[in-house]
Design a protein around this ligand. Structure first.
Ligand code: PMP
Length: 396
C-alpha cells in the first residue's frame, strides 16, 4: 500500500521530468550578492531580488548581531501570546512613518513573509463578510492567488492591466465588500500596474485596493517608499503590502493601511494570529535597513540601479528573443520555448553567469524567459559582461 503511494508520486515526478519542468535548487555557499559561490565556483549572479545590494550590508549585519544580543534568536510564541517584542513595535512604527505619507491614518503590521502577509490581507478583509468579491489581476503573484482562494469569496480575474474590463466587472458586482488586488511591479515581467487608474476606480466603486509592492518597496520613488510614492498616490482605500527580504535585504514583510484595517488583521487574520512571530532580531536589523533605504545611501543605490537598467537596455542587440518593456530592476528576456530557455540559462551558467530560467506554470505557456534582475551591488563592468554574453548567445 505504501509502495503504491510512493509510486504515484514517482510517476508524477517522472512526468515533470519528461516535460522538462523539473525545478532544481542550488546551494549557495556565500552571502547573497553580485558574486556568489556554488560548489566552490564563483558566479556573477543576476537572479536574486536583492535589488539594492543590502543583503550583505555590513551595518545591517551588525544590527542583526546586536538584535540577537538584545532579543535572542527566536520569538518563542505568536504575537498575541508572548512573541510580540519591542523590536516588532519599533519596526512597525518606523514602517508606518516611512510609507505613511501615501496612506491615511497609517499603521503597519510586520509578518514573517510576504506570502503570509498576502494570505492575511485577503482573508482578513473578507472574513465574516458573506458579501465579498475579490477582483484579481491575471498576472498576480501566487501568494495573492492563494490568499484569494483561502478567503473563500467570489473571485473574478481581470485581464492584465485592463482597467476598462475591471470597471465592467465592478459595475456588474452587487457585493457590498469589493477588493481589487494587484502586484505593483509584476514579478516575472517587471512592468508596473496602472495604479492611478485602479485607485480612481476603487474610490468610485467603494472598493479596497490591495497593492502588493514586493518588488517596488525600496526601489521605486525618490525616497524608496515604493510604487505609491512613484505615482504620488494617497488614499484610505489602499492596503499596501511591502516585502523586506528583497530590496530591504533582510526578511519578512509588512502590511500598511488605515489603522482600522491593521487592527482588523490583528484581531481576525488567521495567517497573522496562528504563527510564531518572526525573530525580533530581524525586526531590529530592519530598523537599520530602513534608515539606509530612506537616506542618502538608498538614493545613491537607486540611482546606480537605474543607470544599470539603462546600460542593459542600450547594450542588448536581440533579434529573436524579446526584452520586455520594463524600467524596473526586473528585466526579462522572453525566449518562448521551455527547452531553449533552459539551454540558454545553462549556457550562461557554464560561463559563470547565473540567470534564472522561468517556465510555466510560473509564466503563461510559450513565454518561458530569462528573468534577469539587476542590483545596485552590480558594477557597470558586471552588466557589460552580461550584455556581451547574451548578445553572443542569441546568435549561436
Ligand atoms: N508578492 C510578490 C509579488 C512576490 O514576488 C513575492 C516573492 N517573490 C511575494 C509576494 C512573497 O514574498 P516573500 O518572499 O516575502 O514571501
Amino acid at each position: 500500500m505504501t509502495m503504491e503511494l510512493l509510486e504515484k508520486l514517482e510517476s508524477e515526478l517522472q512526468g515533470l521530468q519528461e516535460k522538462n519542468l523539473i525545478r532544481k535548487r542550488r546551494a549557495v555557499e556565500t552571502p547573497c550578492g553580485p558574486r556568489m559561490k556554488v560548489g566552490g565556483r564563483e558566479l556573477l549572479a543576476f537572479c536574486s531580488n536583492d535589488y539594492l545590494g543590502l543583503a550583505s550590508h555590513p551595518l545591517i549585519a551588525e544590527a542583526l548581531r546586536e538584535g540577537v544580543d538584545l532579543y535572542g534568536t527566536g520569538s518563542g510564541a505568536s504575537h498575541l501570546i508572548s512573541g510580540h517584542s519591542r523590536a516588532h513595535v519599533q519596526l512597525e512604527e518606523k514602517l508606518a512613518e516611512y510609507v505613511g505619507p501615501n496612506l491615511v491614518e497609517p499603521r503597519a503590521l510586520y509578518f514573517c513573509t510576504g506570502y503570509m502577509a498576502n494570505l492575511a490581507v485577503l482573508t482578513g478583509l473578507a472574513v465574516g463578510d458573506k458579501n465579498t468579491e475579490i477582483f484579481s489581476e491575471s498576472l498576480n503573484h501566487a501568494s495573492l492567488i492563494d490568499g484569494a482562494r483561502l478567503a473563500r469569496t467570489s473571485l473574478k480575474v481581470y485581464p492584465h492591466a485592463d482597467v476598462a474590463a475591471l470597471e465592467g466587472m465592478l459595475q456588474a458586482s452587487t457585493a457590498s465588500n469589493k477588493i481589487v488586488v494587484t502586484d505593483a511591479v509584476f514579478s516575472m515581467d517587471g512592468n508596473l500596474a496602472p495604479l492611478p487608474q485602479l485607485l480612481a476606480l476603487c474610490e468610485r466603486h467603494g472598493a479596497w485596493l490591495v497593492v502588493d509592492d514586493a518588488h517596488g518597496f525600496g526601489t521605486l520613488g525618490s525616497r524608496g517608499r515604493g510604487a505609491l510614492e512613484h505615482f504620488g498616490l494617497q488614499s484610505p482605500h489602499i492596503v499596501y503590502v511591502g516585502t523586506l527580504g528583497k530590496a530591504a535585504g533582510v526578511g519578512g514583510a509588512f502590511v500598511a493601511a488605515h489603522r482600522s484595517v491593521i487592527e482588523t488583521l490583528v484581531q481576525r487574520a488567521r495567517p497573522y494570529i496562528f504563527t510564531t512571530a518572526a525573530p525580533p532580531a530581524l525586526a531590529h536589523a530592519l530598523l537599520t535597513s530602513l534608515d539606509i533605504l530612506g537616506g542618502a545611501e538608498g538614493r545613491e543605490r537607486r540611482a546606480h540601479l537605474q543607470a544599470l537598467v539603462a546600460q542593459l537596455q542600450d547594450g542588448l542587440r536581440l533579434r529573436r528573443w524579446r526584452l520586455l518593456p520594463s524600467r524596473t530592476a526586473i528585466q526579462p528576456i522572453v525566449i518562448g520555448d521551455n527547452a531553449e530557455t533552459m539551454r540558454a540559462a545553462a549556457a550562461l551558467y557554464e560561463q559563470g553567469i547565473w540567470v534564472g530560467g522561468i517556465r510555466p506554470p510560473t509564466v503563461p505557456a510559450d513565454t518561458a524567459r530569462l528573468r534577469i534582475t539587476l542590483s545596485a551591488g552590480h558594477s557597470t563592468r558586471d552588466v557589460a559582461q552580461l550584455i556581451a554574453a547574451l548578445n553572443e548567445l542569441e546568435r549561436t
